[in-house]
Design a protein around this ligand. Structure first.
Ligand code: BG6
Length: 505
């Protein structure tokens, strides 16, 4: 098996080792990095959690997980045997100082065996209430002192609101330097999301059009067919705004709206994104009423199966006021975007699972064609499809072949499937590799997280202060509440959805 010389010897300590995130995402990502030759020659993965397991049992569990969830399918016996030698398990109580002494011993042992000082990556794949205690215990055990080699990876949610995010940032920065802190927003690792920067800043034809003179409005829509599943306890205290908009959707918006960075260095890119968040118009309670819609799904049928409403889901308060859908109209108050609305929409139990950014350009200044030639007239649109389809399409008008002059809309398409044969890495592979390489470009900096919270807080507090009386207000397998259609229709637009498998909706 080939190994990488680009990555230094690394010890991963995964808190939440027996958890769902490790099973579905982290372990398969590490295995695929190993298959693709990105893992260093010397590495060790130490899963940790309260469940009592031997190394052997933990390895067996991960083997099953990888067989089930890895994009490369079932693990090959020989490759698995090479990989599994590097996996260990430590039963632990994250709140107990002894746990960290044990990690210290393991780190020393590997360093002695490998005759080097390895990178140590503490991966916190646990509930957020454990973040402070784990970080403090790492510090007390003096495991965070090597600023160059020790890193901490924090999963979302990063704070529950602005205040708690600030507290967590303060605590982390009292222990770690910012360059040691990797706050994950897995959307930033998605291939198609990374490509937005390439598309905008590696092509000269985009920039002249990329502003209020040519762009009429932008839509960012991330809809999911899934409900809350087993995550009711977390989700009921969170909701669509905290779970999706504060992080993933606002980051997508930043990719579209940011100014060109001077270079591709982590801080340059993140500075430009913070600029966008700071330029976004803050909401008054009246703006919340006019420009923000919340929804909660009721029961219904999906793919021929009856599904419960949100309030009937396990571990959800039967009178819950938590939103499972949100649609918001934002503005970015700067020279480039003044007056251009950005409509963001996300929801669970929606008709389609898709993440799509649509940029609609202004209309032609004067129509020279007769009305009958232009019956299917549509303004130009650039559609960046993040998932499940991975594509960028530019919709333009063209003459339909024939004697008459008849126009219709055609797509100029860049489709990953048709263009590349290699499989795109999963977001977690990219992000974990970056943590090994010490590249923070795709991670949230402390001030970015706070700026995003600062923006959404007025909406959250208005919603919290006023219970929604019409919940549930959309049924499963729909496109969300009617008010969300009205929000965009008032401005003369409608939500755009990419047909899935050629099927129009
Ligand atoms: C997570 C949210 O961050 O993102 C989930 O907590 C959501 O509620 C998920 O389902 C969506 O991610 P993806 O990659 O499936 O679009």
């Amino acid at each position: 098996m080939s190994t990488s010389t680009k990555t230094d010897p690394t010890i991963f300590i995964i808190f939440g080792g027996t958890g769902d995130l490790n099973s579905r995402k982290i372990a398969p990502a590490l295995y695929n990095l190993f298959l693709d030759g990105w893992m260093p020659k010397q590495f060790s993965i130490i899963g940790t959690g309260r469940t009592k397991l031997t190394d052997e049992q933990f390895r067996e569990n991960l083997h099953n997980d990888i067989n089930q969830f890895s994009r490369s399918g079932k693990a090959d016996d020989k490759k698995w045997a090479d990989f599994v030698k590097n996996i260990y398990y430590q039963v632990s109580d994250a709140t107990d100082a002894e746990t960290y002494k044990e990690f210290g011993k393991r780190i020393d042992k590997h360093n002695a065996e490998w005759k080097t000082k390895a990178n140590v990556l503490f991966y916190l794949a646990v509930a957020p209430n454990f973040f402070p205690i784990i970080a403090s215990n790492i510090s007390k055990a003096k495991l965070a002192e090597d600023k160059k080699r020790v890193r901490i990876i924090i999963e979302k949610p990063f704070g529950h609101d602005l205040e708690t995010a600030k507290e967590l940032n303060q605590l982390l920065s009292s222990i770690f330097d910012e360059c040691q802190i990797y706050r994950i927003d897995h959307y930033l690792g998605k291939e198609t999301v990374q490509n937005i920067m390439a598309f905008r800043f590696a092509n000269s034809i985009m920039e002249p059009l990329w502003n209020r003179n040519y762009i009429e409005h932008v839509q960012i829509s991330v809809t999911e067919q899934l409900g809350v599943e087993e995550r009711g306890d977390y989700y009921d205290g969170s909701g669509a705004m905290r779970d999706m908009i504060q992080n993933h959707l606002l980051q997508l918006l930043c990719h579209i709206a940011m100014e060109p960075p001077v270079s591709f260095s982590a801080d340059e890119v993140r500075d430009r994104k913070v600029d966008v968040l700071k330029a976004m118009r803050r909401f008054t309670p009246e703006d919340v009423r006019n420009s923000a819609v919340r929804g909660q799904y009721g029961s219904g049928w999906m793919k021929g199966k009856e599904v419960p409403g949100y309030r009937e889901e396990p571990k959800v308060n039967p009178e819950s006021n938590t939103e499972t859908f949100a649609a918001i109209k934002f503005f970015v108050d700067n020279w480039r975007w003044q007056g251009v609305p950005f409509y963001l929409r996300t929801g669970k139990r929606m008709h389609q699972s898709s993440s799509v950014i649509t940029i609609q350009f202004k209309d032609v200044p004067h129509l020279i064609f007769p009305t009958e030639a232009a019956e299917s007239w549509q303004q130009n649109r650039l559609i960046i499809s993040i998932q499940p389809e991975m594509s960028i399409r530019l919709q333009v008008q063209a003459k339909r072949p024939g004697i008459d002059m008849v126009l219709n809309v055609v797509d100029m398409v860049f489709d990953y499937k048709g263009t590349y044969t290699n499989q795109a890495p999963e977001a977690y592979e990219t992000l974990i590799l970056d943590t090994m390489m010490g590249d923070q470009t795709l991670f949230m900096r402390g001030d970015q997280v706070e700026a995003a919270w600062d923006l959404v807080m007025p909406i959250l507090s208005t919603w919290q202060n006023k219970k929604s009386l019409n919940f549930p207000n959309y049924s499963a397998d729909s496109w969300g509440p009617e008010a969300a259609e009205a929000l965009i229709a008032r401005d003369g637009f409608n939500w755009f959805t990419l047909p899935v498998n050629g099927k129009k909706h």
